[in-house]
Structure formats: C-alpha cells, structure tokens
Design a protein around this ligand. Structure first.
Ligand code: GRF
Length: 216
C-alpha cells in the first residue's frame, strides 16, 4: 500500500536543517518533496530548497488580517502542489482548527521534547531548569491541540553534566535528522495512519510514546 504519488510539501520558518535531512533522504525514492513553503522570506531553508531545484513559495503571515485568512492562503499554496503529506519542519505558526481538519491525518510535526512533556517553545532550557536526566525528540500527527497530536515516534538522549541549551539543541538535531525522514517514509509507504485520534503503524496502534526507528 502506498500513499498515492509519495509527494510531500515541507513547511518551514527558518534554518531548515530538517528540510535538508529530508531532501537528502529523498534520493532514496521513498518520497518526493514537490514544494517548500515558508512564512518568512529570509528562511535559509528556502535557499536549501532552491539548491535542490525544489519549487518554493513564501507566505508572510504579517500580510494577512487574521489567522483564518493566512491559513486559507496557506491551504491554497499547499494544494497547488497536490501533496499526499504536509511536513512541518520548524514551522513557527500555529495552524487553526479548520486548516488542521482539512488535512486530517496528513500533517506531521517534529518537536524537540519527549511529548507529552514540554510542549511549546524553549524546550532545551526548560528541560535543564527542571533537572531532567533525559530529553528527546518526538514526531507526531498534527491535531487541533498544539503539540498534542498522537506521537508516532520518539528518540531520546541522556542529559550529561555540563550540557547547555546549545549542546542539547545540537544533540537533538542529530536525532531529528535521522528520525524525521524515516517517519515520513513510513507515511509515504502507506504504513502509517491516524484513526480516531490514534496513530497506527502497520495496522497496529502505537503506544503513547510511539515507535522508535528500530521498530521499522
Ligand atoms: C527543530 O528543532 C524542530 O524540532 C523544531 O524546530 C526546529 C527546526 O530546526 N520544530 P531546523 O529549521 O529544521 O534546523
């Protein structure tokens, strides 16, 4: 079972190192990135996309009077690329309920914490401030609840003495760059589904902490 044509649109706001990891893995043929959309014209990820001949679009949220109008324009831009899957990779805008419902089960996000712990921003510093011993990264389906959709996969790291928010960001990015392309491939291979607010891999419901890439 495959998800139609394996086409993927990636939404970014910044550096796009996860986008780069996704571009690199796409050479395998597991999926095709048919468009990259940014809400910021200066996002470095746009240059990464252009270097790989991937079409890009910029929609500056500040030019829209409301979240609904921005979401509508974003949906139009996405639909131009007719993707099977929408991949959020450092996209720093909250998407409204209508948008999320329109693409139900077809939007993934990567978040730098072991969800449900530490939703929101500034996760590395918050994890350090709380004296945690473990940290990690989660890929999840996007639902109306911010960073709250069913977890698909997680990878964890140990927090060591001397770690800072910066060192954790580096370690987390290394995990993200391995994990995200694998999960996107699960989806475009038709192995991953969202049903009744639960994530399924190969028809089996996933645990609340999702799978690890060793499960693939
Ligand atoms: C990543 O840490 C991701 O988990 C979070 O935003 C960051 C994006 O980094 N959602 P990059 O732009 O892919 O380098």
């Amino acid at each position: 079972m495959q998800n139609r044509d394996r086409s993927v649109v990636v939404l970014i706001s910044g550096n796009g190192s996860n986008l780069q990891a996704l571009i690199n893995h796409s050479a395998s043929g597991d999926y095709r990135i048919t468009g990259v959309i940014s809400n910021r014209a200066d996002a470095y990820g746009l240059i990464r996309a252009k270097q790989s001949d991937i079409p890009t679009a910029v929609l500056d949220h500040r030019e829209y009077e409301s979240r609904e109008l921005f979401d509508q324009a974003l949906a139009n831009a996405i639909d131009n690329y007719e993707p099977s899957l929408i991949v959020l990779a450092g996209f720093m805008r909250i998407l409204g309920a209508n948008f999320v419902q329109r693409y139900q089960g077809r939007i993934l996000n990567i978040h730098p914490s072991l969800l449900p712990a530490y939703p929101g921003t500034n996760t590395h510093q918050r994890v350090l401030d709380a004296g945690e011993k473990m940290h990690g990264v989660s890929v999840h389906f996007v639902t109306e609840e911010l960073d709250g959709g069913p977890v698909i996969a997680q990878e964890s790291i140990n927090i060591e003495a001397g770690d800072t928010a910066e060192s954790l960001a580096i370690k987390i990015h290394e995990k993200e760059h391995i994990l995200y392309p694998v999960v996107v491939s699960w989806f475009t291979d038709g192995r991953l589904r969202l049903e009744s607010n639960k994530a399924y891999l190969d028809h089996k419901p996933l645990a609340d902490s999702g799978a690890t890439i060793n499960d693939s």
